[in-house]
Ligand binder design. Structure first.
Ligand code: ADE
Ligand code: ZN
Length: 321
């Protein structure tokens, strides 16, 4: 039994179509039928369409109880696949669009994490994210909410959204604010944009980890930079295939990155949208990248060593491997 850990998923994007429908009905909302395929999966084709579908699905998460349920269901699923540690990325912007305050969204997520830990012995932590295409001003508002409402389970600050909107340097103020308050940072780069976007992240933002970063493989100097700066890559192979970043697992650079000496980890990103799960990502690594159970446990070790939780928590988890 391989124990697992996950560093990269978007909380609102973890809710299954079934849960999204249940929350919609609980909140007396109707969802457009275009959100779903006939087989009850989420419907989208391009990355920008995916982001729209994501926004629509998130709109049904309207109360602290809803956030609690989304978090709890996700951690329960992860624990069922032998995950012992999961960092979830929350999005106060999506909560605000659904009419919820920062504190309400946080309270719900914290309750979900506490309940899941009590029932399933899975440890959860929160990375609060801003949304790149909403712009730098909004990112500062989110950063201020984070630093003005510190919580022990909030361990990081990050950013998702459209990688081609704005420049990463525009977001330095928001990241610096959180970094100076003691939070660790990650950012999406090198997924929909090339290696220059990973260079930009390292040039302008105080990040310890890169969300995806797979396209770093196109630039040998960048690979050396990632090694020298001890950066961890949050690799999500299933997501990369679903979004067409690579056309097959045989073309995916996971093994090349690993063999070049980069710290690589495994995550599921937006599992129901990409027909995956943390368990499935480990299965992909076993089947397509030929990793042994021992090597997969090594991936979990890398994830835990580079998790944003405090060292004592990480040491306890590492002792379980
Ligand atoms: N927001 C939710 N999922 C995302 C992804 N895979 N990339 C960028 N932003 C996101
Ligand atoms: Zn992501």
């Amino acid at each position: 039994m391989v124990l697992k850990a996950e560093l990269h998923n978007h909380l609102e994007g973890t809710a299954s179509p079934e849960l999204v429908k249940r929350l919609a009905s609980r909140n007396s909302m109707s969802l457009p039928s275009e959100l779903f395929n006939d087989d009850e999966t989420f419907k989208w084709t391009t990355f920008l369409e995916f982001l729209k579908a994501y926004d629509l699905a998130s709109s049904v998460i309207k109360t602290p109880e809803d956030y609690r349920d989304v978090t709890y269901q996700y951690l329960k699923q992860c624990a069922g696949q032998n995950a012992i540690y999961v960092e979830v990325m929350s999005s106060p912007d999506h909560a605000a669009m659904a009419g919820m305050s920062y504190q309400d969204h946080l309270d719900g997520i914290v309750q979900g994490i506490e309940d899941a830990q009590a029932y399933f012995d899975v440890v959860g932590r929160i990375i609060v994210t801003c949304v790149r295409h909403l712009g730098p001003e909004r990112s500062i508002e989110v950063a201020k909410q984070v630093v003005n409402n510190p919580h022990p389970l909030v361990v990081g600050f990050g950013m998702g959204g459209d990688e081609n909107a704005h420049h990463l340097s525009d977001f330095s103020p928001a990241f610096n604010l959180c970094h100076e308050a003691g939070l660790l940072c990650n950012v999406h780069a090198g997924e929909m944009a090339g290696p220059e976007s990973v260079h930009a992240a390292l040039d302008h933002l105080p990040v310890k980890r890169i969300g995806h970063g797979v396209r770093s493989i196109e630039d040998p100097e960048l690979i050396q930079r990632l090694i020298d700066q001890d950066i961890t890559l949050e690799v999500c192979p299933g997501s990369n295939i679903a979004l067409g970043v690579y056309s097959s697992f045989a073309d995916h650079p996971f093994l090349k990155l690993r063999e070049a000496g980069c710290k690589v980890t495994l995550s599921s990103d937006d599992p129901p949208f990409f027909h995956t799960s943390i368990g499935h990502e480990y299965d992909i690594a076993s089947k397509h990248f030929s990793l042994s159970d021992e090597e997969l446990t090594g991936i979990t070790r890398t994830s835990l060593e580079n998790a944003f939780a405090d060292q004592k928590t990480k040491d306890k988890l590492l002792a379980r491997l």
